[in-house]
Design a protein around this ligand. Structure first.
Ligand code: HEM
Length: 227
């Protein structure tokens, strides 16, 4: 199929799946900010997005999006490596205009993916998974409290009271920020928004979006650590 066999098709798949994940991030960050305002409201949102059929379908679509984005990133990286050959280009000095993030999208993606697995073990495995299994009581116990699978607000406080988790999330959010500042405008360029005026606008929009999203998530981490 053209989408998988040509390099333009593969870049298109990367761009569309990336933009889909960007939409999820904006939604997920906004949802998490509710935890700062009210525990009850946040647990209400979590219940709405709990173990019902549309939430499970949403999770499946999301997992497919992450899988496609990750798999095509590996394919494109290998393809670029092969195109450059073992020796690489003769002139390997990069232009100053090529940002650090653009040269390290693969490594940033790998860091983000590993931290995502840690994140799912912190939250998803203690919320949706036990609910799906029909067990609303978490195995999590901080000595004083046992957290129910429906208590997302309590879980945020529990997870971010542990300094190691705060460190993991800081590394994750910095990597995500750098990945988004390049990835978002690069996706728009692949989709055809590549004239000079619009490229500089998309670069600005990408920087603002990445900063707002990552600061939003960070605010929840800090709130969980001090609440
Ligand atoms: C302060 C930061 C964050 C908090 C407090 C948080 C909170 C949560 C919670 C409570 C869930 C479980 C929802 C449920 O199972 O009902 C969840 C799931 C998830 N989170 Fe986060 N999240 C954060 C950051 C992120 C980031 C930065 C990403 C992506 C880069 C992300 C990706 C996901 C994904 C993919 C799921 C699974 C969604 C699903 O089950 O449909 N999260 N998060």
């Amino acid at each position: 199929m053209w989408l998988t066999s040509s390099s333009v098709g593969r870049k298109l798949v990367m761009s569309v799946s990336g933009l889909f994940l960007i939409l999820f991030l904006a939604f997920h960050m906004s949802m998490n900010l509710v935890a700062i305002i009210s525990d009850e409201a946040y647990n209400g949102v979590c219940a709405f997005l709990g173990s019902n059929w549309y939430a499970v379908a949403g999770t499946a679509v999301l997992a497919a999006g992450v899988f496609v984005h990750f798999a095509f990133a590996i394919i494109l990286t290998n393809q670029n490596r092969k195109a450059r050959g073992v020796q690489g280009y003769e002139v390997s000095q990069s232009q100053p205009s090529v940002e650090l993030a653009s040269k390290n999208m693969g490594i940033l993606g790998a860091v983000i993916f590993c931290c995502l697995l840690a994140h799912l073990s912190h939250f998803w495995a203690h919320m949706m998974l036990p609910e799906l299994a029909g067990n609303e009581e978490l195995l999590l116990n901080d000595g004083a409290t046992t957290y129910a699978a429906t208590d997302g607000a309590g879980l945020i406080k529990y997870q971010f009271k542990q300094p190691i988790n705060v460190i993991i999330y800081i590394i994750w959010l910095v990597a995500l920020w750098a990945h988004l500042t390049h990835g978002m405008w690069s996706a728009m360029q692949t989709l055809g928004a590549n004239n000079k005026t619009w490229m500089s606008r998309w670069k600005m929009i990408s920087n603002i979006f990445a900063t707002v999203v990552c600061f939003g998530f960070m605010a929840v981490v800090i709130y969980g650590a001090i609440a």
